[in-house]
Design a protein around this ligand. Structure first.
Ligand SMILES: [Zn+2]
Length: 303
């Protein structure tokens, strides 16, 4: 449930070099929280819902209604488990609410669910009381830059020849020299990956989805002391989240979705959850409302 210190689930992913935002989950109040950030609702182009529990979903209708009112013909793709399309349809009919014609709803199945030139998205079932999916966004690798200065230095004439060299072809010049295009292309820039796993108890599906991820965002509803509650309600402890990050070889873990029972003056504090996760996976941080993080590239170190 929302508390004064922390709202329910939603994560916004800002895509580099685009004024586009992808949203993961849309708990109650997400729209209000967005208004307190630099993100504009009109930038949201895709919304991925993990499961149909209210703390991940109850902000969706309000947000979609605003998008419909804006009437900018903004295309929104909504993804989620079976039942999501029905939920949106029934809410919109009984309210009644006019949704944008450009809203497209996709019922997800495990595997690849979206692909475009620079990004792809895959999902995997998690282990929760209702069907729940984790999502992985993968940025495509970029081929290295063509070294124009070196091409000049080799006396290569600009023009169609450059195109062939950029494709990595071996080209024979008029003077008989052979130039290998691959030697003029810099190192490939590895794409980045972000994985979002909630709600779930520890499961192999989450480990598989988070394999080698740059950032894993994983729920940690309970502390180690309350592991039986975690198992019973099919949520994770902080330690389970850390175990997933460790087994997957992720680079950075953010834990989130804490039970409101953990407050600074309670028997277990939120900081204790963080300590429990760090004991297993040191590169763990605790998400807080409005926290932003730029996913570093491989050769950079995380900030
Ligand atoms: Zn749930």
């Amino acid at each position: 449930m929302p508390t004064r210190a922390r709202n329910v689930s939603s994560v916004a992913l800002r895509l580099p070099q685009r004024a586009e935002v992808w949203l993961f989950d849309c708990g109650e109040g997400t729209q209000h929280q967005l208004q307190r950030t630099p993100i504009r609702i009109s930038q949201i182009s895709r919304i991925f819902i993990t499961h149909l529990h209210g703390d991940h979903l109850f902000g969706l209708m309000g947000l979609l209604a605003t998008c419909g009112l804006a009437g900018q013909g903004q295309e929104i793709h909504l993804y989620g488990p079976d039942g999501l399309a029905e939920y949106v349809r029934v809410c919109a009919q009984s309210s009644p609410t006019t949704l944008s014609d450009t809203l497209k709803i996709h019922t997800v199945e495990p595997g690849l669910i979206h692909r475009e030139e620079d990004f792809s998205v895959a999902c995997q079932p998690l282990k929760h009381r209702v069907p729940s999916f984790g999502y992985r966004v993968e940025e495509s690798d970029r081929t290295g830059k063509f070294d124009v200065e070196r091409a000049h230095a080799l006396g290569l004439p600009p023009g169609p020849l450059y195109g062939r060299l950029k494709n990595g072809e071996r080209v024979e010049l008029a003077d008989g020299r052979v130039v290998d295009g691959r030697e003029l292309i810099g190192a490939t820039v590895a794409g980045r990956s972000v994985v979002y796993c909630t709600d779930t108890v520890y499961c192999r599906g989450a480990v598989a989805l988070a394999e080698g991820a740059d950032v894993l965002i994983h729920e940690a509803t309970f502390a180690e002391q309350d592991e039986s509650l975690a198992v019973q309600s099919m949520h994770s402890t902080a330690k389970m989240a850390a175990r997933v990050a460790s087994e997957a070889g992720a680079r950075q873990l953010f834990i989130t979705h804490f039970s409101p029972r953990y407050t600074p003056d309670a028997h277990v504090t939120p900081e204790e959850l963080l300590a429990q996760a760090r004991a297993v996976f040191p590169r763990t941080d605790m998400a807080r409302d409005f926290m932003t993080f730029e996913v570093p590239r491989r050769e950079e170190s995380p900030s």
